[in-house]
Design a protein around this ligand. Structure first.
Ligand SMILES: C[S@@+](CC[C@H](N)C(=O)[O-])C[C@H]1O[C@@H](n2cnc3c(N)ncnc32)[C@H](O)[C@@H]1O
Length: 278
């Protein structure tokens, strides 16, 4: 039984770092005049209306995109990300694009988008949000398994976003194991795994498992809005990126301090680390 709905969380600080990294990776992919496949294993609805009761109940977006919307932004990557969100809105912040819509803004006619989603309501919304283009394909299947069925892609170039809800503890293990299997089938894709820090030990274990897997060229980028705690739920979140664009480390290392200043409390911090070198 799936109960997680991303509509409660859309546009929060976790989405900011996730979608900023996603946008930077896709921007890099389209520099090359060769098609690629984008695979989103846990897609959500695609687009979120922030006046909706779920978003209004938590108001999480006010702690993320809401703090950046009118802010004076220094870093080009942050300006590009906010501009991308603005392209879904008129003057006021009313809509927030989920990963499928962020990706769609980069995908060219020759690229393909694959979107997995299991929640019946989010699936219906996702179908509606992607039906205008044949190159965007929605699958009502388990994304951990579905990913393996798409590899290696015909295009021989791929970007994968794995963004499970981690509502069940098994998601931590499933994410790592399915990325390791996917990497065995197709080693050259750029794989991104989003993770929440609710219990730091779980993330330490994920990092240790990936580091021991033999996979090379793994980076980690994290934004903590406050210090780790065992009492308050998610305080931090990040993206583990396998085969990142060579430009990404410098971008993240220079943009994360600004994000911490804009979104975090005084005990917030960031991480930009090479977990395994090339
Ligand atoms: C964190 S949300 C995704 C948010 C989205 N990636 C974004 O950035 O806008 C996770 C989604 O995964 C869906 N989901 C949960 N388990 C799944 C599975 N095994 N396969 C595919 N989707 C799943 C949930 O219904 C939920 O919509």
């Amino acid at each position: 039984m799936l109960s997680y709905r991303h509509s409660f969380h859309a546009g929060n600080p976790a989405d900011v770092i996730k979608h900023l990294v996603l946008a930077e990776v896709l921007e890099y992919m389209i520099q090359k005049d060769k098609p690629f496949d984008y695979i989103d294993t846990h897609s959500g609805a695609g687009l979120f209306e922030l006046s909706n009761a779920d978003a209004q109940k938590t108001l999480e977006y006010k702690q993320g995109i809401g703090k950046l919307w009118d802010a004076q932004l220094e870093h080009g990557a942050l300006q590009r990300y906010v501009q991308l969100v603005k392209s879904f809105n008129k003057n006021k912040l009313a809509f927030y694009p989920g990963s499928p819509k962020v990706a769609e803004t980069f995908l060219r006619r020759e690229d393909k988008g694959w979107f997995f989603e299991l929640h019946p309501q989010d699936l219906a919304l996702l179908q509606r949000n992607t039906e205008h283009k044949k190159s965007l394909r929605v699958r009502a299947e388990d994304g951990f398994k579905g990913l393996l069925g798409l590899l290696p892609p015909q295009s021989r170039r791929a970007v994968v976003l794995m963004d499970p809800p981690y509502e069940i503890k098994q998601d931590y293990e499933s994410a790592i194991q399915s990325i390791i299997k996917a990497h065995k089938k197709f080693a050259s894709a750029t794989y991104m795994i989003w993770y929440p820090v609710v219990d730091r030990d779980r993330i330490n274990l994920m990092e240790a498992q990936l580091t021991a897997s033999g996979i090379r060229n793994i980076h980690l980028y994290e934004l903590a809005t406050s210090a780790d705690t065992e009492e308050r739920g998610m305080t931090s979140s990040g993206m583990i990126v396998i085969n990142p664009p060579w430009t990404l480390f410098n971008t993240m290392q220079s943009v994360l301090p600004e994000l911490v200043t804009k979104l975090s409390a005084s005990d917030g911090f960031y991480r930009a680390e090479v977990l395994v070198s090339e």
